[in-house]
Write a protein that binds this ligand. Sequence first.
Ligand code: F6P
Length: 364
Amino acid sequence: MKRCLIVTGGGDCPGLNAVIRAIVKRANSEKNWEIVGSIEAFNGILNEPTEIVILDDEKVSGIHYQGGTILQTTNKGGPFAWPVKNRDGSWSAVDRSEEMLRKMQYLGIEAVINIGGDGSQRISKRLHDMGLNIIGVPKTIDNDLTATDSTFGYQTAVQIATEAVDKLVTTAASHNRVLILEVMGRYAGWIALNAAVAGGAEICLLPEFPYDIDKVLQSVNKRFERDRGFVNIVISEGARAIGKDYATLSQEEIGYENRRLGGVANVLMNQLKEAGCEHSIRTTVLGHLQRGGIPIAYDRVLATQFGVKAFEMVLNGEYGRMVSYQHPYISSVSLEEALQQPNIVEMDTALMKTARGIGISFGI
Ligand code: F6P
């Protein structure tokens, strides 16, 4: 019996369970493979006692529409930067990758499928360079990977953000207010841009294009006649005014490497007031609602396609590669290629042209 290990790493995302289920189902038609999962990314292998679970039909039955991951996940630490507490109470990062590979060998793990975003696939690449038979499956609600036409979870996040805009439009209109919705996406504005177009927002502020607050205010004022009117603004958590830094939150979690973004909706509200906006403004931060819950059909289908493809890559020994959707094919790219450059919104992106065509202001 050969063993294939599934790992889910980084932030969770709707569709992870559908990938896990598809891998197990595809593996079932091969008689000589056992699928196991590591609990909480690679921590399940590194922890003592080891935390791995056998993933059989019973375990994955009916999980395709469940949000989150039955294997749990983390976006802290990992095999190359395992947090260790020093005697003086401070923390250091220790490289446990060699030890982890030895343990995997001892556990009879022949292949690993690592489902994660750019951070996780960087880990996949380093482990592959060390000789591990590993395959990446791209996951992120931010859709910030260029090597695949889309990632699962992203369309679900767009749907949730759009539903939020729909709700905020009615309350903005009732009160003659400016409603600011802050959405996720870090340094890629795809969720914000799609939700603004789908939800009919008037202003959309993205990380890719620092905004001029006076231009934002002009666009706001244009929507009001005397005191009557309303505006819906969708702002990406990574947006910022020209010359200003990102809005960040305090960061006390050990081993967490990213800057925690958040609070830009309130920053924008204050900037608008300082610039002379006299209208009533309210803010909403959508946050992790965008990552939880049931994946929409599109994401379940894409996730299932990714899972089947990933296991077929294991069967073919196509290691060091990441599954990729290249319409109309589910294909693969080398991990190196997958990590080359992020997928960000450009001025000549088709949807950007559409958004400008219908008069959405980007504050630029
Ligand atoms: O990368 C996905 C993402 O949802 C980003 O949009 C967001 O900035 C980040 O994860 C937040 O992650 P967490 O709150 O889990 O640390």
